[in-house]
Design a protein around this ligand. Sequence first.
Ligand code: SAM
Length: 222
Amino acid sequence: MRRRPEPELMEGPEQALAYAEADFSEANELFLKLLARLEPGPLLGARALDLGCGPADIVIRFLRAYPSAQCDALDGSPAMLQHARHALDQLPGIAPRCRLLCRSLPCAELPQTHYDLVLSNSLLHHLHDPQVLWRTVRESARPGAIVLVMDLMRPASAAWAEALVATYAADAPEVLRNDFRNSLFAAFEPQEVVEQLREAGLDGLEVGVVSDRHLAISGRLP
Ligand SMILES: C[S@@+](CC[C@H](N)C(=O)[O-])C[C@H]1O[C@@H](n2cnc3c(N)ncnc32)[C@H](O)[C@@H]1O
């Protein structure tokens, strides 16, 4: 099935609200499990960068799991970051370790380079040019940094996409069902990601299929 890109930023207030209220705990816990498999250790004083953080559920799970880490969380959508701010404000033990950044990629201005971890969930498929993500990973991470990018994987047919929507979003609001369907069409196939990494000089990272609808790119930079 041919890729059908979708708009990059999730800027609509209704869209951002539906996303922030949805339960993505299964996928987000999978993300944390994949990170643990990379054996990051206690991450004492480590600084992470989360690209396309949305309402910050993954950032919060990450900072809970690694109490000595800090995270810069970037998203280009003010509506999404408002939900992230709200979620963090309920968590005084975690909020001081998270800095929210309203920036769109490609973005020359990051508060620092040499991050110890670069994380991203469900951003890659939004990007019209996937190299924007891989360039940012290369430029923002220190040598030896951990990289974990998880995303949807494009199904082989429209019928398969519909089956995934029916399985995982049957009771979701219409706006979320549409977003999920559009995201499946916009996502990449594993082999396309392998080629993107080769082009970016990041072919030391591993591409794996981690669920019936997700792929993950993980490893350490040289
Ligand atoms: C599907 S959401 C994922 C949010 C979060 N990572 C999660 O797993 O719940 C994708 C997010 O990426 C953001 N985004 C898309 N394109 C972007 C870009 N070029 N620069 C910065 N953020 C972007 C969107 O605004 C949206 O909040």
